[in-house]
Ligand binder design. Structure first.
Ligand code: LLP
Length: 384
């Protein structure tokens, strides 16, 4: 496989760093916009996946809205030029200042997860003489068949309002005069590659839409969340997710009424493949049975393998010798600080440059300063 990476340049750059393939991001965004555009679907990019301002600028240029889960993300979105009319604000624990920030900026919608939250939003909106537009996050109880840490639509999750509580919630809305019900919101989990989970979601969404129609509620927005997965085998797989099949599932599965819009909140599928973590081999160490490639990136730079046992493809772009097996580990003082076990790599030695693939989503944003390490820096393919 021919490397797309500018190795001579990489050798001059201090590792570790995130490298973003901006051409691939463009291709992904073009495909996303084209396929969503076919049916008039509205996509909000889930900024939690990657909040890098350079990435956000590109996403903004494709006209996507933005899905935020904190006041800090709202500020970042506004600083990066997203219009408040394209901002939705989700999350189970919105602080008062975050609600105020949303109201002061007149964001499009609050995705609300409980009656106490509705009451506080109503109270803060009333104190400002404003009306908050909200969508109710309904728990569809659909199993996303993904890692249990990232499945969110089951009834025992902390997220969303259970269907049997909806009657209570809509009754409470009658007295909350500074709230306007705009729609309903769902999200079943992340890294979903089985379209059947989305078909199941469509069935539940349709039932819940009927429930509201029977009660003569006019819902303008049906927001089905995000969750479309990526193929972590890239570069041995197509890096652009199959947006065509994904959107078609929703076009076929949900019948919209007059004036109703279908909204999505995609994160990983937009940015996952364009990012790689680039690192250097510090030492090759022979263990009892294992050969370790100790690299200068750690779980502080990319925590997904340590936290979720997530798979990321690793390549040695400096060597083309015969392959051997290595455990690729970082310098952090935790046994879980590993990027992969028994990874086949061409014979590896000190100074080799390794790339850890598919790290554009939930990579840079989840970096920490544990061991007082600095946060990783970034290099963009169109700026090297
Ligand atoms: N909407 C809501 C309400 C969400 O909770 C999420 C992700 C998204 C949209 C975007 O989901 P996506 O399209 O990216 O799958 N850190 C984990 C993933 C956590 C996802 C949290 N919620 C990981 O590294 O796999």
């Amino acid at each position: 496989m021919q490397s797309r990476f500018p190795l001579p340049k990489f050798r001059e750059i201090k590792t570790p760093f995130y490298y973003y393939d901006m051409e691939l991001l463009d291709r992904t965004l073009e495909s996303l916009s084209r396929e969503a555009g076919k049916y008039g679907f509205v996509v909000h990019y889930a900024v939690k996946a990657n909040a890098n301002p350079v990435i956000l600028e590109k996403i903004r240029n494709y006209g996507l809205g933005i899905d935020c889960v904190s006041g800090y993300e709202i500020r970042r979105a506004i600083d990066c030029g997203f219009k408040p009319s394209g901002i939705v604000f989700a999350g189970v624990g919105k602080s008062d200042w975050e609600i105020e920030l949303g109201l002061d900026n007149d964001i499009a919608c609050f995705n609300v997860e409980s009656i106490p939250e509705l009451e506080i939003i109503n109270q803060i909106a009333a104190s400002k003489g404003k009306t908050a537009r909200v969508a109710l996050r309904v728990n569809p109880n659909v199993n996303a068949r993904t890692h249990h840490y990232i499945t969110t639509g089951l009834k025992e999750n902390k997220f969303g309002i259970n269907q049997w509580d909806l009657e209570k919630v809509v009754t409470s809305l009658e007295t909350l005069t500074n709230i306007k019900l705009e729609g309903i919101h769902f999200h079943i989990g992340s890294q979903i590659t089985d379209m059947q989970s989305f078909r199941n979601l469509c069935n539940r969404v349709s039932e819940i839409m009927d429930w509201f129609t029977q009660r003569r509620y006019n819902l303008r927005i049906i927001n089905v969340g995000g969750g479309l997965g990526i193929d972590y085998q890239y570069p041995d797989a197509n890096p652009v997710p199959d947006f065509e099949s994904y959107f078609k599932v929703f076009r076929d599965g949900i019948k919209l009424g007059e004036g109703q819009e279908l909204h999505f909140e995609l994160g990983r599928a937009v940015v996952g493949q364009c990012g790689s973590l680039v690192t250097r081999v510090l030492y090759v160490k022979e263990g009892v049975k294992t050969r370790f490639a100790i690299v200068d990136a750690g779980m502080t730079d990319l925590i997904r393998p340590a936290l979720y046992q997530a798979y990321h493809k690793i390549e040695n772009i400096s060597s083309s010798a015969a392959e051997e097996k290595y455990d690729v580990v970082g310098p952090i003082c935790e046994s879980s600080d590993s990027f992969g076990k028994a990874v086949s790599l061409p014979e590896t030695s000190r100074g080799d440059v390794l790339v850890i693939r598919s790290a554009g989503a939930y990579g840079e944003v989840m970096a920490s300063q544990y061991n007082l390490r600095p946060l990783p820096h970034c290099v963009f393919s169109d700026r090297v």
